[in-house]
Design a protein around this ligand. Sequence first.
Ligand code: FES
Ligand code: FES
Length: 159
Amino acid sequence: MSKLHIATSINGEPVEFLADPSASMLDALRGPLGLTGTKEGCGTGDCGACSITVDGRLVCACLMLAVESEGHEIGTIEGMAQGDHLHPLQQKFLEMAALQCGICTPGMLMASRALLEKNPDPTEEEVRFGLAGNLCRCTGYDKIVRAVLETAAEMRGAA
Ligand code: FES
Ligand code: FES
């Protein structure tokens, strides 16, 4: 199958790559683009491990074709820290041990950031609802939810 030339933007940088017409965005990120921070849990849209943003909207990269990224702004976990400066959510996940194996973590962080951008002062219920599409087999969720709530409070204090 001949590959298609795709021009997109990833984490603010213009990017061009070749993709099979049937390749998922997840396969493109982890393959030719070398961005392996986005994880594959299920490959069927059920776990949220592959969460990325497309024009600011949270999307499962396993459910999107790579060719659909043409002309859009893609955000991945690699764009979350600014150099060595972690995003407050990343820092808090580390401090509060909100991760174990780490497979869900990039997706949890992307979903948490999207949630806080829309709602900087969420209730616990709203955090749990906002992260309902992201599965974690390790933490039992409480540490993740507490980390998101604490980050939100700190970010409001810093604003
Ligand atoms: S790998 Fe995409 S939702 Fe699970
Ligand atoms: S830390 Fe292992 S799946 Fe969440």
